[in-house]
Design a protein around this ligand. Structure first.
Ligand SMILES: Nc1nc2c(c(=O)[nH]1)N[C@H]1C(S)=C(S)[C@@H](COP(=O)(O)O)O[C@H]1N2
Ligand SMILES: [Mo]
Length: 432
């Protein structure tokens, strides 16, 4: 059944029920009547004018909630203007689906809106957790097959981490923040550290790398440095307080904090300790045989994006607004975020909203009194190891390439984005 027509039916049914409930509760009705008088001359609506209909919620809604039917924000396929992994991709599949960052609050995304990327497009493995296993073998002393129940018997960790696809690369052609930066999301992940499992099976000295493999027909498989496994990689089964969602790799996935998205293997079924880098299906040019080099290039640099006001939004009137957005780094926690409202001539320290966790998004904000002029607004992250988010021109100069509006820097593009507040309050891409 169409969920919309169902909720409309429930609404009508609920209206009748609400009338009955008010009539039955005499004390309640009297109390309400008093507040139905408008304050004379105040211009405020009467209570009755401000009243909302009561709607009935059915058992399913009570059992597992849903959002208000007034809230319609959605993930959409990443367009990315002809970039190789745009949707549809070179195989005709919808690979990457972007999260609506323009509508997000706080530092995490709702699980239902976390961006998602799946090489097989709409097809994902449908895994029965009771039957699923994770095998760890290769250069280990005691190879072992773990059930989901086995994994949950180890000490757990819960940590905030972002995931960001390497193709989350903005240019002057992006109309809004969902298109320019929607391939990153942040969540609280729960699971067991991979180092705990590796200690359990005993890693041999020569095992400098490990390969993680997903359960699909074309297996998502990546090679990563053993040093990263021992530092902070998680074998995660929980997300934002509940089991992983199918799109996020149910029942178990890898979280590789700060590494680009593709390494965060979903539907994880096999980890192999190896002595050399393995070239797998997932490599898309990530080949780097040096352990140190791999550790450097896989990690996302300090980055930030203003989500309000951003492309496609509008400031209705002159006056005060909070400029707000998200900041992160793939190598440390965020130390500070600065915001400029004059195209980078002057910078103001923004407030971080809550704790900045390592390799996690943190919300920032700063108040701005818009007096109707044109403004190029920018944000810039400095992380806890002192790295500063670079400007686009700065990076182009370092690479010795010209900056055209469509230029998307190679690799993990962590350059500064600009939004333009126009004189009429409309907001557009400031790189154009
Ligand atoms: N098994 C498997 N793991 C995978 C993928 C995949 O297609 N299969 N996609 C990768 C890519 S390209 C990205 S960007 C991240 C996205 O994680 P998310 O869908 O939870 O956002 O998962 C990675 N892990
Ligand atoms: Mo990706």
């Amino acid at each position: 059944m169409d969920p919309k027509s169902k909720s409309r039916r429930e609404l009508l049914k609920g209206g009748a029920a609400a009338v009955g409930a008010v009539a039955a509760g005499a004390v309640g009705t009297a109390a309400l009547a008093q507040t139905k008088v408008a304050v004379a001359g105040s211009g405020l609506p009467t209570y009755a004018e401000n009243e909302a209909p009561m709607i009935a919620t059915d058992d399913d809604l009570v059992a597992y909630g849903t959002r208000s039917h007034y809230v319609t924000s959605k993930r959409v396929p990443a367009i990315m203007n002809g970039y190789s992994r745009s949707s549809p991709d070179e195989f005709g599949l919808t690979f990457h689906i972007a999260t609506p960052l323009q509508d997000s609050y706080g530092s995490i995304q709702a699980s239902s809106l976390h961006y998602t990327a799946t090489t097989k497009g709409a097809f994902i493995p449908d895994i029965d957790p009771a039957k699923h296993t994770l095998m760890i073998n290769g250069l280990v002393d005691k190879p072992r097959v773990f059930t989901m129940a086995d994994l949950k018997r180890f000490p757990s960790v819960s940590r905030f981490h972002f995931i960001e696809c390497n193709s989350n690369s903005h240019s002057a052609t992006d109309k809004n923040v969902q298109s320019s930066h929607g391939l990153t999301s942040n969540a609280e992940w729960t699971g067991v550290l991979l180092s705990t499992l590796f200690k359990e099976v005993g890693v041999k000295k020569e095992a400098n790398w490990f390969v993680a493999e997903g359960a699909e027909e074309i297996k998502g498989a990546s090679t990563m440095p053993m040093s990263k496994a021992m530092a902070d990689v998680m074998v995660a089964y929980g997300m934002n307080g509940e089991p992983l969602r199918p799109q996020q790799g149910f029942p178990v996935r890898l979280i590789v904090p700060g590494f680009e998205g593709i390494f965060n293997t979903k539907w994880l079924r096999h980890i192999k300790a190896v002595d050399q880098y393995q070239l797998n299906m997932d490599d898309y040019g990530h080949l780097n045989r040096s352990t140190l080099g791999a550790a450097m290039i896989y990690q996302i640099g300090p980055k930030s994006i203003i989500t309000f006001p951003s492309g496609g939004q509008k400031l209705p009137d002159k006056g005060w607004y909070e400029i707000t957005g998200l900041a992160w780094s793939g190598q440390a926690a965020v130390k500070k975020v600065e915001v400029s409202t004059d195209n980078g001539k002057t910078w103001k320290l923004a407030e971080l909203k809550g704790t900045a966790h390592p390799m996690a998004h943190v919300r920032f904000g700063t108040m701005f009194n818009w007096q109707g002029g044109e403004h190029l607004i920018l944000s810039r992250t400095t992380d806890a190891i002192g790295q500063v988010q670079p400007g686009r021109d700065e990076l182009a100069k370092a690479l010795g390439v010209p900056v055209t509006p469509a230029w998307r820097p190679p690799g993990n593009n962590n350059t500064i984005m600009k939004w333009k507040i126009n004189a009429d309050g409309s907001v557009t891409n400031g790189l154009a």
